[in-house]
Design a binder for this molecule. Structure first.
Ligand SMILES: [Mn+2]
Length: 321
């Protein structure tokens, strides 16, 4: 529960802000971008100037979201803003180019709104709740503050929730999630259009990565994984969901080799194994059932290490609820 005092402080800070910078995590997903656009529109409706800055080259699959064309990329100086709103990021280090923003901590107020259990509380205000998505959390804040949700905001928040719940299939879905979605559909989000745009508009080249992933799939006791070499084309498809659906496994993961001698790992848990804690062994983190790792390593060596540590950890009760 967010305290009334915190909500009052938040609305005071935002309503008195002269210029708000909205940021989110690197490699942004629909929760990150949808929530950013929802906050942008809500602040604009309150005559609060706001800018969304995302340093990544974001894929055009977000382009159907209202105002997505206004997202700024490239470089930005943060000293023209008095408030920085960071969404869906467990730590400021998750924001690409955070250190290049060059602002003075005395003159800028940082508001951290997130739903990751390992959030470091890096903001001057920290609103961190264990809900499905920042989309859901943003709706709760808007409605508590009496801020009316228009059709654009409803669409953005609905996409955010839909994505982070895996189309309402993930364990983070609660009765409250559906309650929030009921309000968003009433406010003008269109379920059928959003489903078609997000899930039934796959570019056939996106299947190239899926073919590679499936051809390298390994299923073993307790877990299944695949590896993607650095020349694998990027894909808008949620590849790991294909692995997670295999029966009799507790953990699914994908190790992706990146160009700079690094590997990126996405992990999912189906049972009571804590993949956030496991990712922590490699300096990663995230949620209990969904986490990530990014380290400098060679692909094959890393796969050997992570599979042997996962076998050990699956047998260790310390990694379970
Ligand atoms: Mn999220």
């Amino acid at each position: 529960m967010i305290s009334t005092a915190l909500k009052t402080d938040l609305s005071c800070q935002l309503l008195n802000a002269s210029n708000v910078l909205i940021l989110t995590h690197q490699d942004p997903d629909f929760d990150a971008v949808g929530s950013s656009l929802a906050w942008y529109k809500m602040l604009t409706l309150h005559d609060i100037p706001a800018t969304i800055y995302i340093a990544d080259d974001i894929k055009n699959n977000f382009s159907f979201l209202p105002n997505a064309n206004l997202i700024k990329g490239g470089m930005i100086r943060a000293d023209q803003f008095d408030t920085i709103l960071v969404l869906d990021s467990s730590d400021s280090s998750r924001v690409k180019r955070w250190n290049d923003l060059t602002f003075s901590e005395e003159s800028v107020t940082v508001i951290n709104i997130d739903h990751h259990s390992d959030n470091t509380g890096f903001g001057n205000y920290n609103i961190v709740e264990n809900v499905s998505s920042v989309g859901e959390l943003s709706f709760l804040l808007f409605s508590d503050l009496g801020w009316v949700i228009d059709e654009d905001i409803a669409t953005c928040l609905y996409c955010a929730i839909l994505f982070d719940t895996g189309g309402f299939m993930n364990s983070n879905v609660t009765a409250q999630t559906f309650h929030v979605c009921e309000h968003l559909l009433t406010a003008g989000a269109t379920h059928n259009d959003i489903i078609e745009t997000m899930y039934e508009s796959i570019d056939v080249t996106d299947y190239d990565a899926l073919k590679i992933m499936l051809s390298r799939l390994v299923v073993t006791t307790g877990f299944a994984y695949s590896t993607l070499p650095s020349d694998t084309p990027s894909s808008a498809i949620n590849l790991i969901s294909y692995i997670r659906r295999i029966k009799n496994i507790e953990v699914a993961f994908i190790v992706k080799e990146t160009d700079a001698g690094m590997v990126k790992v996405s992990l999912r848990s189906k049972g009571n194994f804590n993949v956030s804690k496991f990712a922590g062994l490699f300096g990663g983190g995230g949620h209990f059932k969904a986490s990530g790792i990014k380290v400098t390593a060679e692909l094959d060596e890393f796969v050997q290490e992570i599979t042997s540590r996962l076998t050990e950890s699956l047998a260790d009760p310390a990694f379970r609820l």
